[in-house]
Design a binder for this molecule. Structure first.
Ligand code: A2P
Length: 305
C-alpha cells in the first residue's frame, strides 16, 4: 500500500501514529493557526507536531479547534522546553492549557540539555542532569496517562540513548531527530530502532533555503513523478520502514504538495541515499548554541566544510 496521510505506524505503547505530520518549528504565531487549520481541514493531515519552545502551542491549539476535526482523530505531539527541566509537572499543565486540550498524544524531552531558567539566558544548568528529567517525565506520565498518552525523546545521540536505556523504566516511544539525505545519522537510527523506539524525522527538507530542494538528483526524480522536490524528500523518509516525518510549512499549497508521497524505486532510494556521502549539513547543531557536547558525531560535517 502506498503511504498516504491516512497511513499510521504503531508506537511501542500500542497507539497508532500517522506517518506524516505537520512540523511547526519556526511557524510563527500569526501564520501557524491558519496552517494547522488548513492541514487538518483541507489537506487531510491528522498529526501535528509542536513544542513549548516554538512559542506557538496556543495558536496550534486554535488551529486544531478551527479545523473542526475531532480531537480524538488528531495525533498531537509537544515537547518539554530546556529551561523547564526542573518543573516537569508544571510544564505539562502549561502545554495542556496553551493547546487547550485534555491530553497530549506524545510528549518529548526536547533536548537532553537543561538550561538556566527563568531568564533562559542560554546557558546550561550544570546542577541538573537530563536523565533525572527523563525519570520525572516517566513519573508524570505513569501518574497521568489520561493527560500524557506516551513519552519520548528528541535529539538523543548514541551515547545519550545508551545512557538512558540503562536506566529507563519506560522505553521512549519516539526519538525525534534531524534526518534528511544530507544528515542520515545512521548510527543513531540503528541504536534507536534496535531499542524498539520509533524514529521521527524533523527538518526532512533540510529546513529554510535548503540546498536539497534544488539538488539535481531530487529535482530529476521529482520531475519523473510530477511532484515537488519537497515531496520526494518526504517520500525518502517514509521509504524507511517504521519512520514518521514532519515536513514544516506555513504555506497552504506546500502543505498539500508535501503530502504527495510517491513510492521510490530501489534505484532512486539508493541514489538519494548517496547524497549524504558527499553533501553533509546539520540544521540544528547544539554546539553552536553553546549547550556543550550532546554526543553527536560531527566529524563528517567537518570533512565536508
Ligand atoms: P514555508 O513554511 O514558508 O512554506 P523542514 O520541513 O525541513 O524544516 O523545511 C521547512 C522549510 O521548507 C520552510 O522554509 C518551508 O517554508 C519550506 N518548504 C516547505 N515545503 C516546501 C515546498 N513544498 N517547497 C519549497 N519549500 C518548502
Amino acid at each position: 500500500m502506498p503511504i498516504s496521510l491516512a497511513s499510521t505506524v504503531k508506537l511501542n505503547t500500542g497507539a497508532e501514529i500517522p506517518v506524516v505530520g505537520l512540523g511547526t518549528w519556526k511557524s510563527a504565531p500569526g501564520r501557524v493557526e491558519e496552517a494547522v487549520e488548513y492541514a487538518l481541514k483541507k489537506a487531510g493531515y491528522r498529526h501535528i507536531d509542536t513544542a513549548t519552545d516554538y512559542g506557538n502551542e496556543k495558536e496550534v491549539g486554535e488551529g486544531i479547534k478551527a479545523s473542526g476535526v475531532p480531537r480524538e482523530s488528531i495525533f498531537v505531539t509537544t515537547k518539554l522546553k530546556n529551561d523547564d527541566h526542573d518543573k516537569v509537572e508544571q510544564a505539562l499543565e502549561y502545554s495542556l492549557k496553551q493547546l487547550d486540550t485534555p491530553y497530549i498524544d506524545l510528549w518529548l524531552l526536547h533536548w537532553p540539555a537543561p538550561m538556566l531558567s527563568p531568564t533562559g539566558d542560554g546557558k546550561p544548568n550544570r546542577d541538573l542532569d537530563w536523565l533525572d528529567t527523563w525519570k520525572e517525565l516517566e513519573r508524570v506520565h505513569l501518574a497521568n496517562k489520561n493527560k500524557v498518552r506516551a513519552i519520548g525523546v528528541s535529539n538523543l545521540s548514541v551515547p545519550f540513548l545508551k545512557r538512558l536505556l540503562k536506566e529507563a523504566k519506560v522505553i521512549p516511544a519516539v526519538n525525534q531527530i534531524e534526518l534528511h539525505p544530507s544528515l542520515p545519522q545512521k548510527e543513531v537510527v540503528k541504536v534507536t530502532e534496535e531499542a524498539g523506539i520509533l524514529l521521527t524525522s524533523y527538518s526532512p527538507l533540510g529546513s529554510d533555503e535548503s540546498p536539497l530542494l534544488t539538488d539535481e538528483v531530487i529535482v530529476k526524480i521529482a520531475k519523473k513523478y510530477n511532484v515537488e522536490p519537497a515531496a520526494i524528500l518526504v517520500s525518502f523518509q517514509v521509504a524507511h520502514p517504521n519512520r514518521t516525518v514532519l515536513p514544516k510549512s506555513v504555506t497552504p499549497s506546500r502543505i498539500s504538495a508535501n503530502a504527495q508521497i510517491v513510492e521510490l524505486t530501489p534505484e532512486e532510494f539508493a541514489e538519494i541515499d548517496k547524497i549524504g556521502e558527499s553533501k553533509i549539513f546539520r540544521v540544528c547543531n547544539p554546539t553552536w548554541a553553546g549547550w556543550g557536547d550532546l554526543g553527536f558525531d560531527l566529524s563528517k560535517e567537518k570533512e565536508s566544510e
